[in-house]
Design a protein around this ligand. Structure first.
Ligand code: PLP
Length: 363
């Protein structure tokens, strides 16, 4: 038996009948750039997140970079977690600021709020909490600290579409960034992303930044970027968005089954008391991680490590080699994301469980 890590193909095939007429309509209209469908998606996704505005872009990375720029952050320090996808820190460096890392909490995998205040200096401009794996960071203390120290908060919700914190969908603060990379909880047929915000000025700045700095046609107010979401991606996302709440429930069902069947077998992910986890990833932990991954691969089960090298240990941040974030480093050696996706079958879940059990019994 073969179990994919995420089966984008299965989802695409299931939706093909509904998606093809929408894609054909874009072809018929040929409004490929900034077509009507962009505004429709923006309205629908802003509503889903309970935010006033959504700005559709061509990646989550750009969403993060444009958010920093829209808030005027071009120097100073920005605090984030070293346990994230590289982009989260990369954009901080790109805009001219310095990423300052705060280690994560071992249970949530997200910013350890106990360690946050000590990292704030008079150079700190912003905090980028990451809602890793689909579980929100502990936002109340983060927002409180930000208020106390007059800091901007931009949430990296690239893995957390539809995740909830104390009953509220992410982003919890004013502004959050999403990726619609194909394997995400809501994925397009290529790269795309978005900013959602309640801040009108951030929305306006992001509109300019995505479109070569244009305010109106051929009137360039700032040095911008070329980062518009393709119209065809917007129709796909609008159609898929109708299924997102259901898909999250299916992911949660899958997680519940893993929780029950793997209890006592391996270290399981913990849903924090404040969270409704969206289970973009289901991350187990064992000291024998590499051996387990190889064993599962031999059995046809695909797994991924999110992430094998913490950001401060990446070659691009070589100068940070002396820095140490023990929890992040420990996690990077023990974590393994096992298959989870809405369409996963009972049989596939059982096969994954059986093989994890078989490995753990032998080792
Ligand atoms: C936590 C996190 N931040 C940022 C990004 C960047 O998003 P994109 O790949 O759409 O640029 C990703 C995507 O993998 C992510 O998982």
């Amino acid at each position: 038996m073969k179990v994919n890590f995420v089966d984008v193909q299965r989802q695409t095939q299931n939706l093909k009948k509904d998606l093809m007429p929408k894609i054909e309509a874009v072809l018929d209209k040929s409004d490929f750039i900034q077509g009507q469908a962009i505004a429709e998606f923006e309205e629908a996704f802003a509503k889903f997140c309970n935010k006033k505005y959504c700005v559709a872009l061509n990646s989550g990375t750009d969403a993060l970079e444009f958010s920093l720029l829209a808030y005027g952050i071009t120097e100073g320090e920005v605090i984030t977690a070293p346990n994230s996808y590289f982009s989260t820190a990369m954009v901080i460096t790109k805009v001219g600021a310095k990423p300052v890392f705060v280690d994560v909490d071992e249970e949530s995998f997200n910013l350890d709020v106990e360690k946050l205040e000590a990292a704030i200096t008079d150079k700190t401009k912003a905090i980028i909490p990451v809602h890793l794996a689909g579980q929100p960071a502990d936002m109340d203390p983060i927002l409180e600290l930000a208020k106390k120290h007059n800091l901007i908060v931009i949430e990296d919700a690239c893995q957390a579409h539809g995740a909830e914190y104390k009953g509220k969908k992410t982003p919890i603060g004013e502004t959050g960034c999403f990726s619609f990379f194909p394997g995400k909880n809501l994925g397009s047929f290529g790269d795309s992303g978005a900013i959602v915000t309640d801040n009108e000025e951030v929305m306006k700045q992001a509109h300019m930044l995505r479109n070569d700095g244009c305010k109106e046609k051929y009137q360039h107010h700032v040095i911008g970027f070329k980062s518009r979401m393709d119209t065809v991606q917007a129709v796909i996302l609008t159609e898929k968005l109708k299924h997102l709440a259901n898909w999250i429930e299916q992911r949660r069902e899958c997680a519940k089954k893993y929780d029950a069947l793997l209890q006592g077998v391996i270290t399981l992910p913990k849903e924090m008391s404040y969270a409704k986890h969206a289970y973009h990833l289901y991350v187990v932990r064992t000291e024998k991680r590499d051996e387990l991954q190889n064993y599962l691969a031999e059995k046809g089960i695909a797994t991924v490590i999110h992430y094998p090298i913490p950001i401060h240990k990446q070659k691009a941040y070589e100068e940070r080699n002396t820095e140490s974030y023990p929890i992040t480093e420990k996690l990077s050696k023990t974590i393994l994301s096992i298959p989870i996706f809405p369409e996963i079958t009972e049989e596939e879940i059982k096969y994954v469980v059986e093989n994890i059990k078989a490995f753990m019994e032998k080792n």
